[in-house]
Design a protein around this ligand. Structure first.
Ligand code: PLP
Length: 367
């Protein structure tokens, strides 16, 4: 990650690690008697996996999930020995030695991967831990019911493997009334009963709010840790974690009729004051967004199209002492949350967060 000094930066991303920790406590409370893991894949949804994980270690978190082996290798170097690191996307061929070197636990998603891990255990001459993922109805990752049945019929398939966890993933957890949720619980329960006894894990962030039937032994929240609302359409129980400020790099007054930005997507219908901000789609600010910015409590509506490195906003009516070249305005903050930006961009908060770019000055608060 490029670390851009503040005086050079076009935008500043602030990550409040104390808010992440508070969100972890909220989720751990929701988990009841189950443990609470932390999903820190994709560099903790763009916020810095090492820093987030170290902060959550201090909260008692002992299991971290990443998607890729390379993320596990990096995370192990950041957090040291001890805590469990699970690799959700399974075992790419020929990588078993790398898993062992990083003490990373694969999530085994197929009989082929199981064979790979069995061979690694035979070679290592000791039992190797694994999580088994079953597909309980999302049709994305994990062993089919047929593969689970093969394991039940031939325990030799697990030779040398210590099954620490049996897991699955919910497709519709953010829709509490969706019938797929309980159907997945039922299928998960059915499959886990034919597999070796192990810790069970089904719920992601939204799943942790679906009630006791979904919590099992371990919940695996990601998004909610980072302030994304796990209850779409209802009040967000999580604390905001992210702030994003962009620098004003130019102010101009234009007459009525001026064309603004690429394609002249907007024409001024009256004299306007415009502010050009140093953030664009190369920084992950979506080109298709309708979100503008905020100067304190004053909205700065988007004017025209988002460019690669800049965006123009309507600052009409804001005086020189409110906005000046070099000032910072809020892109994500109290007045415009990650979920608000997502809603104004036709996507979800997850995508906004994990695309936030590499050219920011980054500040981690707390921790
Ligand atoms: C990403 C992921 C999670 C975390 O999901 P959130 O919705 O961000 O809480 C949990 N489990 C699996 C298998 C995942 O891929």
């Amino acid at each position: 990650m490029m670390d851009v000094p503040l005086h050079q930066a076009g935008a500043v991303l602030t990550v409040d690690l104390d808010a992440v920790a508070e969100n972890y406590r909220i989720l751990a409370g929701k988990a009841g008697t189950a443990s609470c893991a932390a999903v820190v894949k994709a560099d903790a949804y763009g916020l810095g996996a090492g820093r987030v994980a170290r902060r959550l270690l201090a909260e008692g978190c002992r299991t971290f999930h990443v998607a890729h082996l390379a993320e596990a290798v990096e995370l192990r170097a950041e957090i040291g020995d001890g805590p469990q690191i699970c690799v959700l996307n399974g075992i790419p061929p020929g990588t078993a030695a790398d898993f062992l070197a990083a003490d990373a636990m694969p999530v085994v998603n197929s009989l082929g991967e199981l064979a790979e891990w069995r061979a690694a255990a035979a070679k290592a001459g000791r039992a190797l831990p694994a999580a088994l993922q079953v597909d309980s109805g999302m049709s994305r990752l994990g062993m089919s019911a047929g593969e689970a049945a093969s394991i039940a019929a031939d325990p030799g398939l697990l030779a040398g493997i210590e099954v620490r966890m049996v897991m699955s993933h919910l497709a519709c957890a953010d829709e509490p009334g969706h019938p797929a949720n309980l159907a997945q619980v039922d299928e998960f329960e059915r499959l886990r009963r034919i597999l070796p006894e192990a810790a069970l894990s089904l719920a992601n962030s939204s799943g942790a709010f679906l009630g006791k039937a979904f919590r099992h032994d371990l919940v695996r929240p990601g998004a909610a840790l980072y302030g994304i609302n796990p209850l779409p359409g209802r009040r967000n129980p999580m604390r905001q974690v992210v702030g994003l400020k962009a620098r004003v790099i130019q102010l101009r007054d234009v007459p009525a009729g001026a064309g603004i930005g690429y394609g002249h997507a907007l024409h001024a219908d009256a004299p306007m004051r415009l502010a050009t901000l140093s953030i664009g789609y190369a920084d992950g600010w979506p080109r298709g967004t309708r979100a503008g910015a905020w100067c304190g409590d004053a909205p700065l509506p988007l004017a025209g199209r988002v460019s690669m490195d800049s965006v123009v906003v309507d600052a009409t009516g804001l005086s020189d002492d409110m906005l000046w070249q070099g000032a910072f305005v809020d892109m994500i903050g109290d007045r415009q949350t990650v979920d608000d930006v997502a809603a104004a961009s036709g996507t979800i908060g997850y995508e906004i967060l994990c695309r936030l770019g590499r050219r920011f000055h980054r500040v981690h608060l707390g921790g």
